[in-house]
Design a binder for this molecule. Structure first.
Ligand SMILES: [Zn+2]
Length: 446
């Protein structure tokens, strides 16, 4: 048996293409060639701030064993399928990529994965990097943006990295473009019955179903959770009124905070993702649409941190912050749009320490208990009620209760980025890779 690694990215298009849908076709092709999957198919989210990303910037990777002599057939069949898929869903803004590696230790590709999670890489650099490690980048993909995600996906989700699973169910072609027949009440019930082993599938506050995408793409629904078992059970609990063509369970870096690299403000570059530890240096500034801007500094420099309204939680907390509060900010860097320099778009906020705030009030009359008034500049205070005077009296500091408490704040599920770890996953992190037991555990075709 030979080991084949396949990375795929950017087969999306607004006319119905989708990298994860192409993945379902590719998995079937590999099954037919006798492939044994050494790992679940991988659904790999990459740097969310990349300006030209399609949808969620998701790539896919496979790690399979193939009978001797079948590797070339597999590569050829996948290239053929990709070309047909793109022919059917061609779109000017997509730039598909596929990368192959045979018998290479995927650990060799870990560095490019880490880089693609939190930084900007060109397709040329990605191709050169993985080719040096023995990977094969077919000529037709040379220069394509999708090469970056395809190359990076090869090195994703190795031992020691946290992961989750997502079950994707695919629609039958005759239903593409029609409303998805998924019963919202059953999704709410599924969410209640499978928590905390599933997450971000339903927003109870907004009463909003989050498992169904919109638009033309062939995905019927996607359920996110901690194990293949819980996802298969969750799918049974959801009432679907249309045929399902196939479903696959992917192992994923979604909801793991994988893209956050500790950084200093002075070192930040546009489109990087990271964590900064900083102190509030100016009062929050509320923009007309409810977004909040907060100037923060870490000693190396200062930057505007932006908290966007759709996240609901983040601007509400940011509004209550004051100068001196210590924060840990998780987010992505956006290029300068104002004279104030770069902006750090906050995806998650930790209030580490809050300062005490005070207001100054006039002192109380020691004789009658009435609050005194100023006796004039530098003359202390006098009592209007009993005429007591105290030239030495000064204003008193009275503590003002804070509206914000230390803690971790994440956006509402409907506004949370794919990679952002929700609060309910804290303590559920996994580090040892779980290998699939059988293909039936994670795949089904009609
Ligand atoms: Zn008095």
């Amino acid at each position: 048996m030979r080991r084949l690694h396949v990375g795929i990215d950017d087969h999306d298009s607004p006319e119905g293409g989708c990298t994860t849908h192409f993945a379902a076709i590719a998995v079937k092709i590999l099954f037919e060639l006798g492939a044994v999957f050494e790992d679940y198919p991988l659904l790999v989210r990459l740097n969310p701030s990349i300006p030209w990303k399609t949808r969620g910037n998701a790539a896919v990777a496979f790690r399979v064993l193939l009978p001797e002599g079948r590797v070339e057939d597999a590569v050829e069949a996948l290239l053929q399928a990709s070309s047909e898929y793109r022919g059917a869903t061609r779109h000017p803004t997509s730039s598909p990529g596929m990368v192959f590696a045979v018998d290479t230790d995927p650990g060799a590709f870990r560095a490019i994965y880490r880089k693609a999670l939190s930084d900007l890489i060109t397709p040329e650099l990605a191709a050169r990097y993985v080719e040096r490690l023995g990977a094969y980048v077919p000529n037709e993909y040379r220069g394509a943006r999708g090469v970056v995600g395809a190359a990076a996906a090869l090195g994703a989700l190795l031992d020691g990295e946290d992961y989750t699973f997502e079950l994707l169910a695919y629609r039958s072609p005759e239903h593409w473009g029609t409303p998805r027949l998924v019963d919202p009440a059953s999704v709410e019930r599924m969410d209640r019955e499978t928590r905390p082993y599933t997450f971000n599938n339903y927003d109870p506050q907004e009463r909003r179903v989050l498992i169904t995408p919109h638009g033309l793409d062939p995905i019927l629904l996607g359920i996110r959770g901690e194990s293949p078992d819980v996802l298969r059970r969750a799918l049974e609990l959801v009432e679907v009124g249309e045929p399902i063509d196939a479903w696959l369970i992917f192992r994923s870096n979604q909801a793991t905070d994988a893209h956050y690299v500790p950084r200093s403000i002075a070192g930040l570059r546009p489109y990087q993702a990271g964590i900064i530890d900083a102190v509030v240096v100016e009062a929050p500034w509320v923009l007309p649409k409810g977004h909040v801007i907060l100037r923060v500094s870490d000693g190396s420099g200062s930057i505007d941190a932006a908290f966007y309204e759709p996240t609901r939680v983040l601007p509400r907390v940011a509004r209550g912050l004051v100068k001196g509060d210590k924060l840990r900010l998780y987010g992505v860097v956006k290029p300068a749009s104002t004279t104030r320099g770069l902006t750090f778009n906050v995806e998650k906020l930790e209030v580490v320490e809050i300062v005490e705030t005070f207001k100054l009030v006039n002192p109380v009359c020691p004789r009658c208990g009435y609050r005194m008034t100023s006796a004039g500049r530098g003359k202390g205070f006098k009592c209007r009620r009993c005429s007591y005077r105290d030239p030495g009296a000064a204003k008193e500091k009275v503590p003002v209760p804070r509206s914000v408490e230390p803690g971790i704040y994440v956006p509402a599920p409907s506004a949370m980025g794919h990679l952002v770890k929700p609060l309910q996953r804290y303590g559920m992190e996994k580090s040892a890779v779980r290998r699939p037991l059988s293909a039936e555990e994670w795949s089904w075709y009609r």
